[in-house]
Design a protein around this ligand. Sequence first.
Ligand code: ATP
Ligand code: MG
Length: 241
Amino acid sequence: MAILQLAKVSRSYRKGESEVKALDAVDLSIDKGEFLAIVGPSGSGKTTMLNILGCLDSPTEGTIVYDGTELHGLGEAGLSAYRRDRISFVFQSYNLIPVLTVRENVELPLVIEARARGRREAKSDREIKALALEMIEAVGLAGKAGRFPRELSGGQEQRVAIARALVKKPLVVLADEPTANLDSRTAGEILDLMREINEAMGATFIFSTHDKLVMERARRIVALHDGRIASDSGAPAGARP
Ligand SMILES: Nc1ncnc2c1ncn2[C@@H]1O[C@H](COP(=O)(O)OP(=O)(O)OP(=O)(O)O)[C@@H](O)[C@H]1O
Ligand SMILES: [Mg+2]
């Protein structure tokens, strides 16, 4: 079943007199549990696509249906709940908070969620801590929970960012060039980790990349060119229903 469906999605930007179509009438259907790479030259629309999928940006035309809900109809409050509860981001530059420990960084989405929910439905501090430690262990960083980001390697920082993205057990994880700052061996390890989690948790992963080795690990590759889909290897047989 499709978890995300884009129909004729366009995003234009004004550049002085002219208009740039960062995305141009894109149709794309992504199933639950896919492990999908978005590739293409610089300026082809990869970041725009991820930002739109994550509701950090909205299309100028077209519709996005997420798990049966048309996102346009949600309004601001609905959209921010969607961003908070359903989608997670992993950024190229990790975006960890330097003054917080590894555990505190990973706890952050749960703390924000607890605030938003109000006291009654919120998870307790103890539950939050346990969930964070479980994810830290899952990304291979047991023992580093009390460290600060500056005490970690780039690959370890990206593992923390992945743990933080996954701690809420999101249905969809979006990652814009998640391995761009890593050497190729570490990049491979991070991809393997994402894939393991993809299989274990069934979370859908959508990531952009320039890196051939990273592309090789994807199960589906969508190539963009000038904001259009130039090729799509298609959802592999056996992607989760
Ligand atoms: N905020 C903006 N204002 C104006 N133009 C923009 C903006 N964001 C993106 N664009 C334009 O939209 C097009 C697509 O940009 P996008 O960042 O999505 O490409 P990309 O594939 O992620 O590139 P890269 O590989 O360099 O990260 C480019 O032509 C870019 O200049
Ligand atoms: Mg980009």
